[in-house]
Design a protein around this ligand. Structure first.
Ligand code: PMP
Length: 425
């Protein structure tokens, strides 16, 4: 049964049982309305209430300032690989347009010289910087290149270059080749497949004393709500809900309002086409989502409801909000890493110690001569003890223990004990 198992899968992840039980009731009959929460109109006051409460609770958990907007979108983390490119390239063009056209009003085609100047600027200067530290940031950079073409893509760092072709490190910041005035600098805070996590916010991307700095966008799909984050250092943060927040089906974007109307509007499709840049699909425009409180089209209110219940629980358990969760997360990760490190002959942690992830603990079982047989035995014995979902990603092999928020402390203790026991058996 459910209570016999601790699931360490990489996502979708465990959800708290009490949240699921409550949600099961809400699916049938929400707040005694006779209709389930998934049946109510997304245009109802009830749906708006669920959305607004989830936004408020997320803002409270993470200390998100008022000048940031919270959007619920669809298309997953993968959708954001495209969305971030469309919107921040558009914002870059909008800023450049203002710089070049100044107060000149009317149709841009009435001013061919200015338009030409803008086209030249786009051709020469529009860059998106990627820090490639694992499979997910790499995928994002490939999508950026697919949408904009390689001349607009700058791989500011690639961990594989100085690590024998493999991920597992974060290149020293002094080696990063950041563009001047990039439309965005992209990084993935926690690489789910490779088990690499940024230990802290990168120094070279920090804003200066005037609050100004590079436009930073981060994928936090697999470590959101597990530690305190300096929200102000980011222009946007995105994450799929399905690991630490809720169910698959909604993607959350936290974005600085100054990238939305009235400060910045996406350039017209005609202008973007003239500049040779892609026009974002309407549902992938942040301003569409923002103007409609995430309800431009039918959103899964059930998914928002579940996320909301998870947030309520976090706020209930931890008076100090995400910092409380962080303490438990760090403790669970330490328990598991300590067990692995106690047997260097038997286990080998894959990523470099300084950047290893608290969320996705990736290691090989090197007991005996046959690694495959040792890992097979490890997985079989673990499963027999109710420790499941531990098989590593196919690209890396080995074992991956995902330590998301719904893995209880006792689950991590059980795994640590198993790791020690397997080593000495
Ligand atoms: N980014 C990261 C860090 C991920 O772990 C994942 C999925 N595991 C994705 C992006 C892709 O998310 P989705 O499957 O929601 O598109």
């Amino acid at each position: 049964s459910r209570s016999d198992i601790t699931y360490f899968g990489a996502g979708p992840a465990l959800l708290p049982t009490d949240v699921l039980e409550e949600a099961a009731g809400a699916l049938l009959n929400y707040n005694a309305t006779g209709l389930g929460v998934a049946e109510h109109s997304h245009r109802s006051a009830l749906a708006a209430g669920i959305i607004n409460q989830a936004k408020a609770d997320l803002a409270s958990c993470l200390d998100i300032p008022d000048d940031y907007e919270i959007l619920f979108m669809q298309g997953g983390g993968t959708g954001q690989f495209s969305t971030s490119v469309y919107n921040f390239a558009g914002a870059w063009v909008a800023r450049k347009y203002k710089e070049i056209f100044g107060d000149v009003q009317g149709d841009p085609t009435d001013h061919p010289e200015l338009l030409n100047q803008l086209k030249q600027a786009v051709d020469d200067e529009l860059k998106i910087d990627y820090l490639v530290t694992g499979g997910w940031s790499q995928k994002a950079s490939v999508e950026g290149e697919r949408l904009l073409g390689s001349k607009h893509i700058n791989i500011a760092a690639d961990a594989r270059k100085t690590n024998g072709g493999k991920f597992g490190i974060i290149p020293d910041e002094s080696t990063w080749k950041l563009s001047e005035n990039a439309a965005l600098v992209y990084f993935c805070d926690n690489e789910t497949v490779d088990g690499v996590e940024f230990p802290t916010f990168p120094k070279s991307l920090e804003p200066g004393p005037d609050g100004k700095g590079p436009i930073v966008v981060a994928d936090m799909s697999s470590n959101i709500l597990t530690r305190k984050i300096p929200v102000r250092n980011f222009s946007a943060i995105f994450f799929g809900a399905q690991k630490n927040l809720g169910m698959t089906g909604i993607t959350v974007v936290v974005i600085k309002k100054s990238f939305l109307p009235p400060t910045i509007s996406q350039p017209s499709p005609t202008l973007m086409r003239y500049l040779g840049l892609p026009v974002p699909p309407i549902i992938f425009q942040y301003e569409t989502a923002a103007k409609n409180n995430s309800l431009y089209n039918t959103l899964s209110i059930f998914d928002v409801y579940v996320a909301g219940q998870v947030l309520k629980k976090l706020l209930r358990i931890y008076p100090n909000k995400v910092e409380g969760q962080q303490a438990v997360t760090d403790k669970k990760a330490r328990l598991i890493y300590d067990a692995i490190e106690a047997f260097p002959e038997i286990y080998k942690i894959i990523p470099n110690k300084a950047v290893r992830s608290r969320m996705n603990i990736c290691f090989r079982v090197t007991k005996g001569d046959d690694i495959d047989a040792a890992e097979k035995a490890f997985l079989e014995e673990a499963t027999a003890q109710g420790l499941t979902g531990l098989k590593g990603h196919r690209s890396l092999g080995g074992i991956r223990a995902s330590n998301y928020n719904s893995v209880p402390l006792e689950g991590a203790e059980k795994l640590a004990t198993f790791i020690r026991g397997f080593a000495t058996s």
